[in-house]
Design a binder for this molecule. Sequence first.
Ligand SMILES: Nc1ncnc2c1ncn2[C@@H]1O[C@H](COP(=O)(O)OS(=O)(=O)O)[C@@H](OP(=O)(O)O)[C@H]1O
Ligand SMILES: [Mg+2]
Ligand SMILES: [Mg+2]
Ligand SMILES: [Mg+2]
Length: 376
Amino acid sequence: MEKNKYGKELDVAVKVVQMACSLCKTVQKGLISGSFNQVKSKNDDSPVTVADWSVQATVSWMLCEYFGSESVSIIAEEDVQALSEPDSEGLLGMVVTTVNEALAKAPIYGLNGPGKALMAPQVLEAISRCNSSGGPVGKHWVLDPVDGTLGFVRGDQYAIALALIDDGKVVIGILGCPNYPLEKESLNYHDNGLHKFSSSSTSEVGCVIYTSKGSGEAWMQPLIHGNEGLQGPNCAKLIKVSAIDDPALATFCESVEGANTNHSFTAGLANGVGLRNKPLRVHSMVKYAAIARGDAEIYMKFARGGYKEKIWDHAAGVLIVQEAGGVVTDAGGRPLNFSRGMYLEGLDRGIVACSGVKLHEKIIGAVYASWDSSNL
Ligand SMILES: Nc1ncnc2c1ncn2[C@@H]1O[C@H](COP(=O)(O)OS(=O)(=O)O)[C@@H](OP(=O)(O)O)[C@H]1O
Ligand SMILES: [Mg+2]
Ligand SMILES: [Mg+2]
Ligand SMILES: [Mg+2]
């Protein structure tokens, strides 16, 4: 894939996401063991943590280093508002320490870090410069530093999502999934969906999945660990969507929180097309990873009234599913539009990602049928 038009961007971005995965693993361990409990609530009551800001600062710093701070345009989820409040000094200190610890390990990933540790103003600047408005012209990086922050805080699934948009089209996509087992066999299906790996399993946990547009290929790497660095196994594996096209055998995944997607509507659709398996409820864009890897066949998200989907929640995952052989559209069957700023403008009702055309057609048909009947 290195010969690709976006080869340098993909190479750097995969390494940066590997770094971010390691950063998140360390912070999540600290959160769960209770050694530092720094979770804040944003204005919309959603959580944000040291990891969200630290990943955003680290990725932003790296992209500027490699692609020029003057020219690089980044659209990302977090801002510095809560970090700049007078009572946030301790929190900011933790972010600065976390960022510097991550950047100091850059050589392990084949990247150049800063000559000396960053100071708080530089870290704040790295976070706040990710406020590009994107749009239909030019290159724009799209970053969700921690997607599924709720899952992250719960010690469950979450993802680091980075994509590049060029002239309105997503051209590369990378998903870091630090808690997603490499082997399907070691997935531990709980009542509420895909959970942490089973404790009896010896399988490795954590992967980085990446693709570039038009390649027809999506790849999965294991996480790079500090002690192996570049000498470690570079065993990227090709991944493919599932071949299952019989609804009776298919599994659909969706958000854990009923506030983020309408569970009863998707249950009706599932019933309508003859799905028999229970939904797999997973935090974050790991849902897209599950489709791309062939661990599930359908992902549906129908946000509740008025919520506008953000491009960073979908860009990387959509491209990865498409290049792994799947189909992703809105509920009207149209492609998602990443060219109109931070929102998926014009989205028709919801998002439907499937492993193949047959299942996709059935779900879209069911949306029409149940939408009509629900409006009778
Ligand atoms: N009200 C509402 N409706 C729909 N979607 C919302 C809503 N609020 C938030 N979000 C976005 O959902 C992202 C998390 O999606 P998930 O599918 O992981 O949700 S869940 O945790 O499994 O319930 C989550 O991403 P992160 O903030 O990166 O975690 C949000 O961008
Ligand atoms: Mg998100
Ligand atoms: Mg996020
Ligand atoms: Mg968030």
